[in-house]
Design a protein around this ligand. Structure first.
Ligand code: BG6
Length: 478
């Protein structure tokens, strides 16, 4: 295994998202987004942090891409902010917005870095919320497809890899179940499944249009995949794993890959009167798109443990650790089906995320067996407190250890038959961690800013030099 190299065209990458890095939230005609608004609601984010300035990538993208080039990065995954392209979501097109991304893409291409574009990474033009409640209305489907087509037309010939939606499971769950993301709704299961159905249709119709405009390109969605383990072999706990997978994993991946919802989960939701309404036409669209997706995008951070949860047991609503104070996360679950206790065999991060390198192999193997699709690891990384020393060095051996162990498992997955096209770490530079402020750092490049602000100067961490060597040896030297 030590000498095993990745395929020659393997895309070693790193990733980001517009709201988390760009800043310039009112510049060059950009419209206000749901996040621009949401972060201003007291108590929603850690120490009232916003992405107004973020890490100022909008003004420093050339410096950032140069750092990527020096590292030898093969692909850079970033997202486009819908409100820069169409400020109100469905009206006039803003040339200045397109120009910004065109320059970014050209800058990547100049250094032979393959741009990988995420069309939607959670920042929605606010006007669409005001006009028809955003994802709650079927009207979003055509507006999303129009926005996507503007991008395809402009960047065809330059961008081959496209990701429709980033973590549909996360933005809908936090947006409509736990009120932690915009639009901040609580326990609204009926709307939650409707919203998801609209998102699936937006994804599917976009895939179909994409194939007409960029037939040789590659497109898929990125799913936040948390593979599950039953806590033990007691049958009711094994069954709780099955229920968890149907409701929390296959609910999304089956639609992307097969164009249909898992039957037992659908029956469960139908009995609760919260299942989405699906027309015959929807079914056909989802099926056709599923036959055309090119890969399953996976954002992998952790695995989950499943245990039977009695009907009066824990609920999906609990405190999440957004402070970095270890042990402050509470157990959640679905009453009557499953709950997700900690895994006693594994370490956790300061934000209580389970560290499970083998889980990445498990995820790849399961996708390969179940869907037989190529895989893009579109995110994987460690959020940690980093310290810049007086000589401006940043020693992050814990991040190197984390990434090394995950890449080792990825190599095994490839050896075992999984077709993995790319591996993107989260993230290239430090950035805003939505609810956790700026202190939860993920980057190879340290950005001198905290919750209050800072110089925004960039400094290479030890992990930067380490990943550079990983790339230049095509994964041989870990
Ligand atoms: C994923 C998102 O959920 O995980 C990223 O796609 C996010 O946008 C990353 O930043 C890490 O999560 P967090 O909450 O630690 O920032």
């Amino acid at each position: 295994m030590e000498n095993f190299e990745m395929p020659n065209d393997f895309l070693w990458g790193s990733a980001s998202a517009a709201y988390q890095i760009e800043g310039a939230y009112l510049e060059d005609g950009k419209g206000i987004t749901n996040w621009d608004d949401f972060v201003r609601i007291p108590g929603k984010t850690f120490k009232k942090t916003t992405g107004d300035i973020a890490v100022d990538h909008y003004h420093r993208f050339k410096e950032d891409v140069k750092l990527m080039a020096e590292m030898g990065l093969k692909t850079y995954r970033f997202s486009i902010s819908w409100a820069r392209i169409i400020p109100d979501g469905n009206g006039e097109i803003n040339e200045k917005g397109l120009k910004f991304y065109e320059e970014l893409i050209d800058e990547c291409i100049k250094y032979k870095i393959e741009p990988m574009v995420t069309i939607y990474h959670w920042d929605l033009p606010k006007s669409l919320e005001k006009e028809y409640n955003g994802w709650e209305s079927p009207r979003i489907v055509d507006d999303f497809v129009r926005y996507s087509k503007v991008l395809f037309e402009r960047f065809k010939g330059k961008v081959k890899y496209w990701i429709t939606l980033n973590e549909q499971n996360i933005f809908t769950t936090l947006g409509w179940m736990t009120a932690m993301h915009p639009p901040g709704k609580f326990d609204d299961a009926k709307t939650y499944y409707k919203v998801n159905h609209h998102a699936f249709l937006a994804h599917a119709k976009t895939v179909l249009e994409f194939k007409k405009i960029i037939p040789n390109g590659k497109i898929g969605a990125s799913f936040a995949y948390s593979p599950s383990y039953a806590i033990n072999c007691e049958p009711k706990n094994a069954m709780s794993k099955l229920d968890f997978d149907d409701l929390k994993n296959y609910w999304w991946m089956d639609v992307y890959a097969y164009g249909r919802y898992p039957k037992s989960a659908f029956t469960y939701l139908k009995n609760k009167k919260v299942a989405p309404e699906i027309t015959k036409e929807d079914e056909l669209i989802l099926k056709e798109a599923a036959s055309k997706v090119d890969f399953m995008g996976v954002n992998y951070y952790q695995t989950t443990v499943c245990e039977y949860n009695p009907i009066d047991g824990v609920t999906p609503y609990a405190t999440m650790n957004t402070t970095g104070i270890k042990g402050s996360t509470q157990i959640t679950g679905e009453p009557g089906l499953f709950k997700n206790p900690p895994n006693n065999y594994l370490e956790t991060t300061d934000w209580d995320w389970t560290i499970d390198a083998m889980g990445l192999r498990y995820a790849c193997r399961e996708i390969t067996s179940r869907y037989n699709l190529p895989i893009i690891i579109s995110e994987n990384g460690l959020g940690a407190f980093d310290k810049k020393e007086e000589d401006n060095s940043i020693h992050d051996p814990y991040r190197i250890e984390y990434l090394k162990n995950h890449i080792k498992e990825l190599k095994i997955a490839i050896k075992e038959g999984c077709e993995v096209l790319a591996y993107c770490t989260w993230s290239f530079t430090d950035l805003l961690s939505w609810l956790n402020g700026y202190q939860k750092r993920y980057g190879f490049v340290y950005v001198d800013r905290d919750e209050e602000g800072g110089s925004m100067d960039r400094y290479k961490k030890d992990s930067y030099y380490w990943y550079k060597e990983v790339i230049s040896s095509n994964g041989k030297n870990l």
